[in-house]
Design a protein around this ligand. Structure first.
Ligand code: 5GP
Ligand code: MN
Length: 334
């Protein structure tokens, strides 16, 4: 990682307030990278907070430090004050401030020195220091590089921090299956295990922590809601708020659902439409060189990575479905 290390370390040591932020509906990489950075910074400067727009899934609340994470939507005044008083703002796992939703304006207005570390497509000019690497497996991979380049690893890698990094590497690579799972990722994993991470413990927290209703909800969606369009090798599902209520689905409870149809050999694209209060949140997954990020960007104000992207629709469920099917010609053209 190429940046003025002395300068950044001095800034970190001297800052009166450092705030670490991530995107709305934070996932394992967002929370893992933010908490890893939090533990690292705390060893230099105790005036550090993690602030995310809204709540994160329960399966991440065992990570050390997660109990200290500030939720912007729970206390907007506190969040605004943190952002306007910060000297340094870390922006992790997003590269457009719109990804922080209702926190965007306060981030845009913050005069803090903004350090971006991200792996999504894009080359933004707003950060004061941009350490992003498009195509990296995860923000955690890059936060690991950042920490290592500032500090000899044996001084900074304790088990708690290592578990945070491992969580992001694990979740953003789909349990080490996606193409970004490079030798470097595995070498980093080896170091994290050396530092005390127990892979089975983390996997059980992240992947094997369903309650009965959540697994039954997945079963219901696959059995009753999944539609297959053979000509596009595509599967899609619409899930409503009422259905999620029926199964008592909590924050983050649909995480992973979009991956289920990808287990079918003849399916190359999976799309999940999830009803929300005022919009439909869309998740896209694809195999090989099929680019769902550009599809999400072209039609759904979204983006992400080639094989995993997201976006939104502001139409009704029926209209969204009709329009989606009309748009699928896109995959034949490109
Ligand atoms: P997920 O489907 O798991 O929510 O997101 C998949 C990927 O797409 C993640 O890397 C996420 O950051 C990105 N993503 C999800 N929703 C959006 C969106 O609305 N806009 C953009 N630009 N990226 C998104
Ligand atoms: Mn990520």
């Amino acid at each position: 990682m190429n940046f003025e290390k002395e300068n950044i370390l001095n800034r970190i040591k001297q800052a009166k307030s450092i705030v670490i932020t991530s995107h709305v509906s934070p996932d394992g990489d967002a929370i893992g990278s933010s908490l890893a950075m939090y533990h690292f910074i705390a060893s230099w400067n105790s005036k550090v907070e993690v602030l995310v727009p809204n709540d994160f899934p329960n399966f991440l609340n065992w990570l050390e430090g997660s109990e200290n994470i500030r939720l912007y939507d729970k206390n907007v005044n506190e969040g605004k004050a943190l952002l306007s008083n910060a000297d340094i703002l870390f922006c992790l796992d997003y590269n457009e401030t719109s990804r922080t939703a209702f926190m965007k304006e306060a981030i845009d207005n913050s005069k803090a020195f903004k350090i971006l570390i991200d792996h999504h497509i894009g080359s933004p000019s707003w950060p004061d220091l941009n350490l992003s690497v498009v195509g990296a497996s995860s923000t955690c991979e890059l936060v690991f590089d950042f920490i290592k380049s500032l500090n000899p690893i044996e001084l900074s890698l304790n088990k708690n921090l290592a578990e945070c990094l491992y969580t992001g590497l694990l979740t953003d690579t789909g349990n080490f299956q996606f193409s970004a799972t490079t030798t470097k990722v595995h070498l980093q994993v080896a170091e994290l295990i050396e530092a005390g991470v127990m892979p089975d413990v983390v996997h059980n927290h992240i992947n094997n922590s369903f309650d009965v209703q959540r697994l039954q909800f997945f079963g219901y969606c696959i059995a009753e809601k999944m539609k297959i369009l053979k000509q596009y090798k595509l599967a899609y599902m619409f899930v409503s708020v009422a259905e999620m209520h029926r199964y008592n689905i909590q924050t983050g409870g649909t995480e992973g659902l979009v991956n289920e149809p990808m287990k079918i050999a003849d399916i190359d694209i999976s799309v999940l439409f999830k009803e929300d209060k005022d919009k439909i949140k869309i998740s896209f997954r694809s195999k090989r060189d099929i680019d769902v990020s550009s599809f999400a960007n072209r039609f759904y104000e979204g983006g992400g990575h080639r094989n995993a992207a997201g976006g939104v629709s502001l139409l009704s469920m029926e209209e969204t479905e009709k329009q989606f099917i009309e748009r699928l010609g896109y995959f034949n053209i490109v």
